[in-house]
Design a protein around this ligand. Sequence first.
Ligand code: AMP
Length: 305
Amino acid sequence: MDPILAVGSVAFDSIKTPFGEAAHVVGGSATFFSVAASFFTDVRMVGVVGEDFGDDEMRVFAGRRIDLEGLERVPGETFRWKGEYGFDLNSRETIYTRLNAFEGFQPKIPERYRASPLVFLGNIQPTLQADVLDQVRAPRLVAADTMNLWIEHARADLERVLRRVDVLIINDSEARELAGHPNLVRAAQRIQAMGPRILVIKRGEHGVLMTRPDDGGFFAAPAMPLDTVFDPTGAGDTFAGGFVGSLAASGELTDAAFRRATIYGSALASFSVEDFGLNRLLTLSRGEIDARMAEFKRLTHFDVR
Ligand code: AMP
């Protein structure tokens, strides 16, 4: 089972949805990713927290296959983010982003992480994502996420990183913005020309589209229809954790493995949205994941006569 090196934010999130609010809860792209991927394989986490990230907060990582040697602690406060969702949960406004511990952060990849076969670059400044790639030795697969903030304000840096990325996992509005084209098929082609051979476009409650050049087309996964959706925060990173985690566990980078990874990602994300922040992932079991994979199979299976 291949280990994954994951870099990204570890955060205190404040979240407001039509169903309630959660203030100052543990979140961050590396956190959601690592907790999700640790159901499948060992995760080596790289990130930074401040002095306010205490033993209580560290408990979200305890008892999981998450190696914390790469999690630095610096003076000052942890990264903070606040988001507010609209009525249908598809639109989200960032109320604030406070970099705090991320200001002046230089990722230092521990020596024993450097030969990690799989690397996940979570959503952080593209220059920091590049710093990580400069320190690793010939990974088999580099997957990355990004967001509108960096597409708009750090585009040149982002384009430099994308040339070194195999799999880009982004949402549909970001794909359109990055490609400068409203049609998702055309947008995918333009993004593939920027570097990432494999593109995963997340479409919220409408599911996911995955495209690979060897496959010649798209693979589509629906989102699980759920009667309780409380909080989409972290669903994207959780998807990425299930996706890369399942690839690591299978040890294969075949067409079948990428298709299965897309469904594992969707299954993990479908749990994440059922409660605020990380709550649902923290009580999740492997048996529940397997049961939801079977539900996905039923949801999408049909016969052609
Ligand atoms: P998602 O809902 O998948 O987009 O991820 C939400 C997570 O991303 C939250 O837990 C935030 O802490 C984190 N996040 C939001 N903005 C940023 C940013 N600019 N840099 C790093 N992490 C961020």
